[in-house]
Design a protein around this ligand. Structure first.
Ligand code: ZN
Length: 149
């Protein structure tokens, strides 16, 4: 992939630009050109519109990865989660800025732009989105409850 193409793709992903079917209102990410729900009647052709995801969602399921694929070694252990966006689509991505042990289903998260990996001796760095917890508005840093001790 060329550098220009890489950045175009990265920016698109970072911006979480999806698409929405104007017929049934289903949101897709990555964007689709045809809505599978409506495609049986070929109604969705030409009815998809660009749709900007908010980047907010919640952890639908997750796994803690201890053995990373090549290029991710420095990040273990890390949390790989299926995040259900508020608009509907689910996105698989890393959850960061949190102790892997405190990630739980239903945890509110938001997309952040982070380094994904470094490649080769030149240290080519790839960026993309990850998800970070949305802190409670008032709580900030809260003391551990009894159940967490
Ligand atoms: Zn549709």
């Amino acid at each position: 992939m060329s550098v220009a193409r890489f950045w175009r793709e990265t920016l698109r992903r970072y911006n979480l630009g999806g698409s929405r079917c104007t017929d049934c209102k289903t949101v897709y990410f990555p964007p689709r050109s045809v809505c599978p729900h409506c495609s049986t009647h070929r109604r969705s052709i030409g009815r998809m519109e660009a749709f900007q995801l908010s980047g907010q969602g919640e952890v639908f399921s997750f796994t803690v990865v201890h053995e990373a694929p090549q290029g991710f070694e420095m990040q273990v252990p890390y949390v790989l989660a299926l995040v259900k966006m508020v608009e509907g689509p689910t996105i698989t991505a890393q959850v960061v800025d949190v102790d892997p042990n405190s990630v739980e289903m239903g945890m509110k998260v938001r997309a952040v732009f982070r380094k994904l990996r470094e490649e080769g001796p030149e240290g080519v760095i790839q960026y993309g989105y990850k998800f970070a917890p949305i802190m409670r508005p008032v709580a900030g840093v809260h003391p551990p409850s009894d159940s967490e001790k």
